[in-house]
Design a protein around this ligand. Structure first.
Ligand code: AMP
Length: 394
């Protein structure tokens, strides 16, 4: 169902409530922002609203203050950074609700940043009274926080029922568009590349994607649980014993779609600079830490022929070079393919950066948990809550 976008709204002289994801990493004292990536990601939506003469109220959570005001989790440093990036003042509200905050309603072209939503426990409880108070601040609701869309909280779901319209911001719109294209009606061949530490973290993703994709390429430690299900030797590699049976069932039902590594980079001890070798059969005292060159070649060939590629999770312990080789090689293969490529998860994103191919990926998702839930086939409450285009037209 297509959702209303900020582009569909008449914003002139309206007060816009934009739920953004300003959950930025801060220094221990809460004074310095270590990465402003998330602030930058919402700039197009904020600028769009300002250019169209709206007064902008921004709301976000930051960290886990557990329902109490915590000065070190204040959004104040974000207001300062945002003001620099926008080149205009950003007023910091003392709270996210209440009479004082209500009085600060921004004039067209001005920006007000509310204080951390999670200073109130009612935010995560999706409390109706709190939702109503948030809704009373503005005329129109926009959600640009894809990273929080898998949570049914007051600012992502609750307050929507008290607003006339709820639209997706530009970032949210892009997330929904590409994630939907890749997983709901992909151009074929469609390939998923899944890696990471555990099968258990991604069971739902595997079970859903296997219905969608033509081929599922498995790497990372996840592969060893599947190999054990085929009675292949895995030595001392990371295996989830209690998931072997599930892997066996998957191989029995849809095994023809699943590809597993055919060679491995192994060590005897996981540590930087550990002597390593490439093997096709893992010996009893060896630990698999990356996919081997033949696997890279085989997976790259499948990726090269794909028209849609979905990628989540590294192929090895990529944070410990040279065990990032397989992941980086496949990042390059994904980038070079003539395909729609959608990447989720912080590790895969880092690999893309290391490979220097960020600009060749169609879409890198900003939401780790949210993108995994989307790939699992779940409807995200924060997306469901947005007004359907068809409903807005009537
Ligand atoms: P995930 O968060 O599930 O995507 O898992 C990412 C983590 O998986 C990274 O920290 C990797 O180091 C880890 N990982 C990938 N391959 C292996 C492996 N062969 N052995 C142990 N850990 C691995």
């Amino acid at each position: 169902m297509a959702k209303l976008s900020i582009r569909d709204l008449d914003l002139k002289d309206k007060t816009l409530f934009i739920r953004v994801d300003f959950n930025v990493p801060l220094s221990a004292d809460g004074k310095e922002i270590s990465s402003d990536k998330r602030i930058r990601a919402s700039l197009p939506t904020i600028q769009y609203a300002l250019e169209h003469c709206a007064g902008v109220i921004l709301a976000s959570h930051l960290g886990r203050p557990k329902g109490k005001p915590r000065p070190e989790m204040s959004l104040r440093p974000v207001a300062a950074r945002l003001s620099e990036l926008l080149g205009r003042p950003v007023t910091m509200a003392p709270d996210c609700i209440g009479a004082e905050t209500g009085k600060l309603r921004p004039a067209p072209g001005s920006v007000l940043l509310l204080e951390n939503l999670r200073f109130h426990k009612e935010e995560e409880e999706n409390d109706p009274e709190f939702s109503k108070q948030l809704a009373s601040l503005a005329d129109v609701y926009v959600n640009d926080a894809f990273g929080s869309a898998h949570r049914a909280h007051a600012s992502t779901v609750g307050m929507v029922s008290y607003m006339p319209l709820a639209a997706a911001g530009l970032l949210m719109d892009r997330e929904i568009e590409w994630m939907t294209k890749a997983t709901r009606n992909p151009e074929r061949p469609c390939v998923a590349l899944l890696g990471g530490a555990k099968v258990s973290d991604k069971i739902e993703v595997i079970q859903n994607l296997i219905k969608v994709v033509d081929t599922l390429l498995i790497g990372g430690a996840m592969a060893y649980t599947f190999m054990r299900a085929k009675n292949e030797a895995t030595g001392k590699s990371l295996v989830e014993e209690d998931k072997i049976e599930l892997a066996r069932e998957l191989l029995a039902s849809v095994g023809e779609k699943i590809m597993l590594p055919v060679d491995h980079v192994v060590v005897r001890e996981i540590k930087p600079g550990a002597p390593n070798e490439v093997v096709t059969t893992i010996a009893a005292d060896q630990i698999g830490v990356d996919i081997g060159p033949q696997t890279v070649e085989a997976y790259s060939a499948v990726i090269q022929a794909a028209r849609t590629i979905i990628w989540n999770g590294p192929m090895g312990i990529f944070e410990m070079p040279p065990f990032d080789k397989g992941t980086v090689a496949l990042a390059k293969a994904v980038a070079n393919a003539d395909a729609v490529s959608v990447v989720g998860g912080g590790d895969s994103e880092k690999a893309i950066k290391t490979a220097g191919v960020s600009d060749k990926i169609t879409h890198v998702s900003t939401g780790g948990g949210a993108s995994l839930e989307f790939l699992s086939g779940l409807d995200l409450p924060g997306v469901v809550a947005l007004t359907d285009k068809s409903a807005a037209a009537t």
